[in-house]
Design a protein around this ligand. Structure first.
Ligand SMILES: [Zn+2]
Length: 471
C-alpha cells in the first residue's frame, strides 16, 4: 500500500533537494548589494537633526519636530521611487489619534507608507510588511519639546526600512512589499495599531510583518561587542490567548471582524490542540527569516528567540500579532540603557542619550540585509500550501501527508521539512515534486512536520503545519 508514493519519495530524496534551495537569487543579492551603510548613516543623522521627533512635538516647522521629519521621509522615498521608475507608491496615512493614556490631546498622526506592488497576478495579493518607528522620546515620555535624538531608537530602524524600500524599488518581486515608517510607538504603538486595524478591516493578506526597532548598536553596556548577530523575537501564541480573552470580555467589533476572529480562533485552537503551538505562522516566519538571512549573509547569526518581545516591553509587531498576522521583531544583540529613553547629558563622567556616535552604521546595514534576504525570498516564493493534513486514522509508524495544490504558474513542487520535537529549526527536508500526497518512512509521533511550496527558482514558502486528518 502506498508503495508508489514511498518509492517516489525515496527517489526524490537524493536528487533535486539542495542545489535549488541553496542557490542565491541575483535579484536578492542585487538588493543586498545596494544597501549602503553610508546612506544609512546620512539618514540617521538627518533624522537626529530634527531635534525631536516626539509624537507630541511641533509639526509646522520645516527643521524641527515630527512634522518636518515625516515630510522629509516622504520626500526621500519619493525621490527613490522616481529614480527607480516610479513603481514605489508613497502615501501619507494620516488619521486623528484621540486623547488617551500617553496622549494628552487628540493629535494627527501620519504613517509614511511606501508600497511596491507585486508583479505576479498569482502572488500580488500576498503582502509583506517591514517597519521602523520615526517618533522618538527622552527621559520623560510626555516631553514633546526637549531634544530626543532617537538615533538608535528608532532612526536605525527607519533608515534600514528606507534603504530597503529604495533598493527593492529597482526590481520586480512577485508579492507586494510594504515599507513603513510609523509614529506613536513610544506613546503606545499608535501608528502601527492604526495601520494593522485598517489592514484587518480591509482583509489584507499580510503574510508576514517585521519591525526593526533598536537595530543600531553592536556594543552592549559592558563593552561587549558582536556585530555578527541580531535578535529575532518570534512567538505567535499570544494572539490565541488574546482572542480567547477578547471573546470573554466581549470587546466590540464589526460583524466581519467578529467572524474573522472566530475563524482565526478556531484555526489556532486546532493547531495548538494538534501540538502545533511552536508552529504558528509567526514561528514559521521566524524560521524562514533566520534561514534566508544566514544563507545570504554567511557568518551572520540570526538569534531566534521564541518569545514575542523582551520582558514587559513591546514593539510595532504586536498590533499585527494581535490581529492574527505573523509578526516579529528584530533588535540588536545587547542594549545599552544609558543610550535609550534618556535626556542627552553627562553625569559623573557618563554620557547619556540616544546619539549617532553610539550607532554602528555598518551593523545597521547588515541587519537591513538580513531583513531583505528574508522578505525578498518570501516575495519570490509561492504561498504556503493550504489544507495540509497528516493522516492519523491508521496505526502506523509511517506518515502520510496531503495538501491542496497551489496555483502559481512558477510552482516547481513541494518540500516536506521536519525536525525533532525539541529542535527550534528544520533539520531535514525532502523535495517531493508536484504531488499533493506523500507517505514518508518517518514516524509522525516523533517529529514535527511542515510542508512548503517551492518555486522554479528554488524559493520556498513559509511552512504549513499539518492538522490531523479527520474522517
Ligand atoms: Zn523603539
Amino acid at each position: 500500500m502506498n508503495y508508489r508514493l514511498l518509492t517516489a519519495s525515496l527517489l526524490l530524496a537524493t536528487s533535486q533537494v539542495t542545489s535549488a534551495a541553496e542557490a542565491l537569487d541575483p535579484r536578492i543579492t542585487a538588493v543586498l548589494g545596494d544597501i549602503s551603510a553610508t546612506r544609512i548613516e546620512q539618514r540617521i543623522r538627518s533624522l537626529v537633526a530634527f531635534g525631536t521627533r516626539h509624537t507630541l512635538s511641533e509639526t509646522a516647522s520645516d527643521t524641527r519636530g515630527i512634522g518636518a521629519a515625516r515630510r522629509w521621509i516622504q520626500r526621500e522615498l519619493q525621490d527613490c521611487s522616481k529614480a527607480a521608475g516610479g513603481r514605489l507608491m508613497v502615501e501619507m496615512d494620516a488619521y486623528i489619534e484621540p486623547a488617551g493614556n500617553r496622549m494628552p490631546r487628540a493629535v494627527e498622526l501620519v504613517n509614511v507608507v511606501a508600497t511596491l506592488p507585486g508583479t505576479s497576478p498569482a502572488s500580488k495579493e500576498r503582502i509583506l510588511v517591514v517597519s521602523g518607528h520615526y517618533d522618538s522620546r527622552n527621559s520623560d515620555v510626555m516631553d514633546g519639546q526637549g531634544d530626543a535624538p532617537g538615533a538608535n531608537d528608532d532612526a536605525s530602524g527607519v533608515a534600514a526600512v528606507m534603504e530597503m524600500a529604495c533598493a527593492f524599488a529597482r526590481h520586480p518581486f512577485d508579492a507586494t512589499l510594504v515599507f513603513m515608517a510609523v509614529p506613536g510607538e513610544e506613546q503606545g504603538l499608535l501608528g502601527a495599531t492604526h495601520w494593522a486595524k485598517e489592514a484587518r478591516r480591509k482583509g489584507l493578506k499580510i503574510e508576514g510583518m517585521v519591525t526593526n526597532d533598536i537595530i543600531g548598536s553592536s556594543t552592549g553596556d559592558k563593552g561587549q561587542r558582536d556585530n555578527k548577530q541580531v535578535r529575532l523575537f518570534a512567538d505567535g501564541l499570544d494572539p490565541l490567548l488574546r482572542l480567547l480573552v477578547q471573546a470573554r470580555t466581549n470587546i466590540p467589533a464589526t460583524e466581519a471582524e467578529t467572524q474573522a476572529n472566530e475563524a482565526m480562533r478556531e484555526n489556532l485552537q486546532q493547531l495548538v490542540l494538534a501540538g502545533g503551538s511552536e508552529d504558528l505562522p509567526t514561528h514559521q516566519l521566524g524560521r524562514h527569516l533566520k534561514a534566508a538571512g544566514e544563507r545570504y549573509l554567511p557568518g551572520f547569526k540570526v538569534n531566534l528567540i521564541q518569545r514575542r518581545d523582551r520582558y514587559l516591553r513591546g514593539g510595532d509587531h504586536l498590533p499585527f500579532l494581535e490581529r492574527g498576522y505573523a509578526a516579529v521583531r528584530m533588535s540588536e544583540p545587547f542594549e545599552n540603557f544609558n543610550y535609550q529613553h534618556q535626556n542627552v547629558r553627562t553625569e559623573n563622567g557618563v554620557t547619556y542619550g540616544d546619539l549617532p556616535e553610539f550607532v554602528d552604521f555598518a551593523y545597521v546595514a547588515d541587519v537591513a540585509r538580513i531583513n531583505a534576504a528574508g522578505l525578498g525570498s518570501l516575495a519570490l516564493a509561492p504561498a504556503s500550501p493550504q489544507n495540509v493534513r497528516l493522516d492519523a486514522t491508521e496505526l502506523t509508524n509511517d506518515s502520510t501527508l496531503s495538501w491542496t495544490a497551489n496555483t502559481e504558474p512558477e510552482l516547481a513542487g513541494y518540500r516536506v521539512v521536519w525536525r525533532s520535537t525539541d529542535a527550534a529549526t528544520w533539520q531535514h527536508s525532502q523535495d517531493v515534486g508536484l504531488i499533493t500526497k506523500i507517505r514518508l518512512p518517518v514516524s509522525k509521533d516523533n517529529v514535527v512536520f511542515g510542508v512548503q511550496a517551492v518555486s522554479k527558482r528554488g524559493h520556498a514558502s513559509l511552512a504549513s503545519y499539518p492538522l490531523p486528518q479527520r474522517r
